[in-house]
Design a protein around this ligand. Sequence first.
Ligand SMILES: *[C@@H]1O[C@H](CO)[C@@H](O)[C@H](O)[C@H]1NC(C)=O
Ligand SMILES: *[C@@H]1O[C@H](CO)[C@@H](O)[C@H](O)[C@H]1NC(C)=O
Ligand SMILES: *[C@@H]1O[C@H](CO)[C@@H](O)[C@H](O)[C@H]1NC(C)=O
Ligand SMILES: *[C@@H]1O[C@H](CO)[C@@H](O)[C@H](O)[C@H]1NC(C)=O
Ligand SMILES: *[C@@H]1O[C@H](CO)[C@@H](O)[C@H](O)[C@H]1NC(C)=O
Ligand SMILES: *[C@@H]1O[C@H](CO)[C@@H](O)[C@H](O)[C@H]1NC(C)=O
Ligand SMILES: *[C@@H]1O[C@H](CO)[C@@H](O)[C@H](O)[C@H]1NC(C)=O
Length: 621
Amino acid sequence: MAKSIFFPALSLGALLLTRAMAASFTIVVNETASHPIPSTLYGMMYEDISSGDGGLYAEMLQNRAFQQVTPNTTDALNAWSAVNGASIAVVDNTPSLSKALPNSLQLTVPEDATGPVGAQNNGYFGINVQSSWTYTASFYYKLAQGSTFSGPLTISLKSSTTGQTFASASVHIKESSEKWTQVSVKLKPKTTAPDTNNIFEVTVDGASHSGQSIFFALFSLFPPTFKDRPNGMRLDIATTLKEAGPSFFRFPGGNNLGQEPSQRWVWNNTIGPLTDRPGRLGDWGYVNTDGLGLLEYLQFIEDMEMQPIMAVWAGYSLNGQSIPEGDLAPYIQAAKDQIDFVIGNPKTNAMGAKRAALGHPAPFELNYVEVGNEDFFSSTYPYRWRDFVGNLSAAYPTIKWFAQNAFIYDGFERNGTKYFEGEYAAISTNAANLFGTPDEGRLTFPTMQSSAGEAAFMTGFERNADIVFAASYAPLLGSVVNNQWTPNLVGFNADSVIRSTSYYTQQLFSLNRGDEYLPSTLPSPTGLTFWSVTRKNSTKEVLIKISNTDTAIANLTFDLPFKKIAPTGTVTVLTGPATASNTPEEPDAITPQTTSIAIPGKRFSFTAPPISVNVISIVAS
Ligand SMILES: *[C@@H]1O[C@H](CO)[C@@H](O)[C@H](O)[C@H]1NC(C)=O
Ligand SMILES: *[C@@H]1O[C@H](CO)[C@@H](O)[C@H](O)[C@H]1NC(C)=O
Ligand SMILES: *[C@@H]1O[C@H](CO)[C@@H](O)[C@H](O)[C@H]1NC(C)=O
Ligand SMILES: *[C@@H]1O[C@H](CO)[C@@H](O)[C@H](O)[C@H]1NC(C)=O
Ligand SMILES: *[C@@H]1O[C@H](CO)[C@@H](O)[C@H](O)[C@H]1NC(C)=O
Ligand SMILES: *[C@@H]1O[C@H](CO)[C@@H](O)[C@H](O)[C@H]1NC(C)=O
Ligand SMILES: *[C@@H]1O[C@H](CO)[C@@H](O)[C@H](O)[C@H]1NC(C)=O
């Protein structure tokens, strides 16, 4: 068994810092690399916890298609309200737009109505109205049988506080429209709204339509998207993720694979026209539209130049229910179909042909498939793993399979097994509160202290990169007004994105990734200061990462083995008060600062500030 070199042994859950005296370290670096750093090492673990719908997925209207709601209930009208005395209800008593979308919105104009009457949607906790953007608004409408309805429908973006109209368009609808007709308009705001208290509204003239009914289905409002993809991703969030330099994206999301078998994520319910996607009740008690479906994920991953790490449903759901071994076959087949959809040759494979028909003939790159999620909690895992991996590896011998592993790599044998650290984060400074809510002690936002702790942990990934092939922080994205878990790497609301100190830590590690690990004097597993040294061959850069979780400065002296050393390097430092965070009020409280550092020769010193994450880059050979 190889010697354990996985430090630090500190618990990410509890970081208790006591020392106040500066410590000094002398670190001798060895020129001979011990192992390569896999290009997959840093990436992102995505989980739909109010982070797809209303987050990464750019759709602006909440409950746009009344999916998975109970008709005639108040809850079914979530995010919708009546305008000017209109009567609105979600109904299923009219021929539906599609089998997948049985519900529609019935708008009835009161008998004595005057002025504009209609329905409005308040978005995902606000709507971002920008004058530089052109929005695409669309919906389907249908008139009741025998209706004499005729006239314009007005579609607008307005302030919900002042009533000011920022953009509007109108379409003429006809009395013969007894079948579903799609309307699509462009909205170009004349001014940028001062805040996100805005609504999307559809109205008719009340006086000329009194007593009339009109049905609506599948509304949509899209701003410009990342890479201009139709049905695409939110520009600011996608750009923020891109700038972190991730190499992989794990999806469709940890626990969101299913609360019970009937609610599992079914890949082929998430592809094709939006009218064919029923949506599903997600694991966190709200409806997923599945507008962000398998093909959208893959397209996004390709646009981001990342690798997919795709999960398949492995016969186990979060409520503890397992599919018996004798009944696994159809689920194994579904996993094969899902993989074929991603990589199948359209000429020879029906699923590949399906993908081609949806606009992506070329197979996607797929090297990693995750079998289930948190499945190791279950005693049925051995047979499910055996049957899934047995069948899948026979069909796709080049794909690598893995299950998520726990935190501890100490003493792991160097025997060919590779590990994926799928979800890590320092979530509390109090060990008693690891699974609670913010009220119970979980951090609301990452703090400088928790981020420095993560950086310490990440130096261990680099040291153990011979067996850890990929690692991702979780949770990745969280709405600051509506989230299930904190802290999140990236926070957002309707019009802004907050990059946390942990985001910057990920970014520093990801963008300063070496391709091989240079052994150096080991940090003490019980110490408070940690480091790792890597080299990037293509640029001859030596990249030194230092996490100082101490409340005192740390003095580090490095002994470099190189013959040629550039006299000046750069150092990027992320530091701040231990409990400070980037917040919606102060999103830039703590940001990395880059300066130059003199390297007088083979031996140089660096003082790491208290509670800091530091990266030194030196060209040397
Ligand atoms: C650490 O370095 C600073 C700056 O070079 C120096 O003033 C201080 O005395 C050093 N502290 C220790 C404990 O070595
Ligand atoms: C550097 O590592 C190599 C290979 O492990 C070893 O042979 C050599 O002794 C090391 N050099 C120093 C100065 O420790
Ligand atoms: C909703 O109300 C309409 C009209 O009252 C009725 O026809 C329909 O059956 C109701 N649907 C449900 C699910 O109760
Ligand atoms: C999805 O695929 C499974 C087989 O993988 C098939 O049984 C099912 O009918 C498909 N569903 C849809 C909506 O196409
Ligand atoms: C494939 O799955 C079936 C059904 O669970 C199982 O009986 C069979 O042993 C598996 N085949 C392999 C090669 O693992
Ligand atoms: C390697 O060692 C680990 C930990 O002891 C063990 O779980 C795994 O099955 C081993 N892998 C192989 C291929 O022997
Ligand atoms: C980097 O370059 C060194 C020296 O040229 C070579 O020995 C080593 O194999 C290279 N490492 C990688 C990961 O390419």
